[in-house]
Design a protein around this ligand. Structure first.
Ligand code: SF4
Length: 327
């Protein structure tokens, strides 16, 4: 069975205020209000394709603060999604949603569980108080810790979203955030480098010179180190960077945008692994699915290793599940 998400964007629904960096309408590419009926319509449109290709799927509410939506509206959305879980149990395995750390309590978690929610992602972004305040998140690191613990206590899959390059952030603060996340035992993580979008406070800060984004090179190395921290702790990184590439490219004012960011970050992770070896003559074996990640986008890793004087033999071996390096 192939797995996928059926994403339903609820831009800014439930958000009490606008965080300095956020324009979900640009990210999601929609500003339509979502109702129970529109949820049914979105799912019904995608259903034949999901069934035809034997997908197993979670219905995912992204782009707002799901648990902060007025209760009546939230119940409409959940009820609509839950109908499909009941009618098509082979296709729909659960509901996932993203929300704010300060909008989690026992009552809402019991409600979500009752309506078939299986995974909750927290837009945590940073554990540094100064970064959270300057980004106008409106919550503290303690809120993140409490929400994560409650979500785990109620038996949900926990996802944590981390942003690099927020106002007042530094690479070492982002790395500390990653380590702090590990201590909260999430199942999944997403890593989003901060981009400057129009119609945001961050755009004003950038225009006045108060904010400068991380450059692409710093971002790739930093995200590779964060990816390594998560991977070594058995936390699955399910996304690096935003998608909706074509739309975003037109809307971004500044920031480390790259169409292949996720691939380049994972390629850097493998390059960093190879560079740890003191021996310059290496044999590197890996399954075919990792070829582009080991060699790098457009062979960048191979070229860099050659430039640094390494003599590496690369071999595909589909009996392996991961990279094996020998001297
Ligand atoms: S970052 Fe999240 S909480 Fe903040 S405005 Fe955007 S959707 Fe709402």
């Amino acid at each position: 069975m192939k797995k996928t998400n059926l994403s339903i964007f609820i831009p800014h629904v439930g958000c009490r205020h606008r965080c300095a960096f956020c324009d979900q309408r640009a990210i999601a590419g929609t500003s339509d209000d979502v109702t129970g009926d529109s949820v049914r319509q979105i799912i019904s449109e995608k259903l034949p394709n999901l069934i035809q290709h034997s997908y197993q799927c979670e219905i995912a509410f992204f782009g707002g603060s799901f648990t902060a939506i007025p209760r009546q509206h939230m119940l409409q959305l959940l009820t609509a999604a839950n109908e499909y879980l009941t009618l098509y149990p082979d296709t729909f395995t659960g509901i996932r949603c993203s929300t704010r750390p300060d909008s989690i309590d026992d009552d809402v978690l019991l409600l979500l569980k009752h309506h078939g929610v299986t995974a909750i992602e927290l837009g945590a972004q940073s554990t540094d108080e100064a970064v959270l305040a300057k980004s106008e998140r409106g919550h503290t690191a303690a809120d993140i810790r409490q929400a994560a613990a409650l979500i785990k206590k109620h038996g949900f899959e926990l996802g944590l979203q981390l942003m690099t390059g927020l106002p007042l952030d530094t690479p070492s603060k982002s790395l500390q955030t990653a380590r702090d996340f590990v201590s909260l035992h999430p199942d999944t993580a997403r890593i989003y480098p901060t981009l400057v979008m129009p119609n945001t406070k961050l755009a004003q800060m950038y225009a006045s010179g108060e904010y400068q984004p991380f450059d692409l090179g710093t971002t790739i190395q930093l995200c590779a180190e964060i990816y390594s921290i998560f991977t070594e702790s058995n936390i699955r990184t399910i996304r690096i960077g935003l998608n909706q590439a074509e739309k975003l490219k037109r809307d971004i004012i500044a920031g480390p945008w790259d169409d292949t960011l996720g691939e380049r970050v994972i390629a850097r992770y493998y390059l960093n692994k190879l560079l740890l070896h003191k021996e310059k003559r290496l044999r590197v074996c890996y399954p075919r699915r990792l070829t582009s990640k080991i060699l790098g986008v457009r062979g960048e890793n191979r070229d860099e290793l050659t430039r640094l004087g390494f003599d590496v033999t690369f071999e595909e071996d589909n009996s392996l599940s991961d990279i094996e390096i020998s001297v």
